[in-house]
Design a protein around this ligand. Structure first.
Ligand SMILES: CSCCC(=O)C(=O)COP(=O)(O)O
Ligand code: MG
Length: 230
């Protein structure tokens, strides 16, 4: 089996607790969404997102639609793009700071220090991903990552998305290790030829997915895949 060259990481449930997303990030964006849509009406990101909402549900009230998607945790591009915009002011003002799992910063640094390439693949927009790692409780970690992939490459439960990422990174699928808490995402990545490991975080109550490697934290990932240990 060829050596792992790139580690591709999911965020929610993998490097950051689900509760931080559900109890901190989502209520924050939900609360300021009405004023954001008014104040940034001329922002091209807002215009595109509003057009996408109208296309998805003609005649709907965008604020109500966004709230409904948030409650149902829908991974849809217009919501993810507007959430990223809402969180920007929160992170930059110091209202928000990402609570990463404590095993995450040392493992990322150890992997990066020995030349392993790191990239993120999350449903959250690429700009939101940069904010999370830029304003984390371990400081700014964005320089550890070479790329931030979001729903622009496709959905996380579709094998083609992982083929696209491998192509863009210029790495053979079998040399990429994908880490996620979600079984369907791991299955899609495996179908594309990536190596996979499920993060089964006790705090998140993750259900083990049959037939995949499992790890309780990134230290355990290092041990199982013979990667540098922090
Ligand atoms: C920048 S990610 C913020 C959390 C979020 O909005 C989300 O949808 C997380 O999805 P993931 O694919 O990381 O599980
Ligand atoms: Mg996840």
């Amino acid at each position: 089996m060829s050596a792992i060259r790139l580690i591709l990481l999911d965020i929610e449930g993998t490097t950051l607790p689900i509760s931080f997303v559900k109890d901190v990030l989502f209520p924050y964006s939900d609360k300021i969404m009405p004023s954001l849509l008014q104040e940034q009406a001329e922002n091209p990101l807002v215009k595109v997102a509003l057009a996408d909402i109208e296309a998805a549900n003609p005649g709907c009230d965008p604020v109500a639609q966004l709230h409904d998607w948030t409650v149902r945790d829908e991974k849809v591009a217009p919501l993810k793009s507007l959430q990223g915009l809402a969180w920007k002011s929160g992170f930059e003002s110091g209202d928000l700071k990402a609570r990463l799992y404590p095993d995450v910063p040392p493992a990322l640094k150890a992997w990066h220090a020995t030349g392993l390439r790191l990239a993120v693949y999350s449903s959250g927009s690429a700009s939101a991903q940069r904010l999370l790692y830029g304003y984390s409780d371990a400081g700014d970690l964005t320089d550890l990552f070479e790329a931030f992939y979001d729903l622009d490459v496709g959905g996380k439960k579709i094998a083609e998305s992982y083929r696209q990422i491998a192509l863009r990174a210029g790495v053979a699928p079998g040399q990429i290790l994908f880490l996620s808490d979600i079984g369907a995402e791991l299955d899609a990545a495996a179908e594309a030829g990536l190596r996979t490991c499920q993060l089964v975080r006790a705090e998140d109550g993750t259900k083990p997915h049959p037939g995949v490697h499992q790890a309780a934290d990134l230290r355990s990932v290092s041990q199982q895949f013979e990667l540098p240990v922090s």
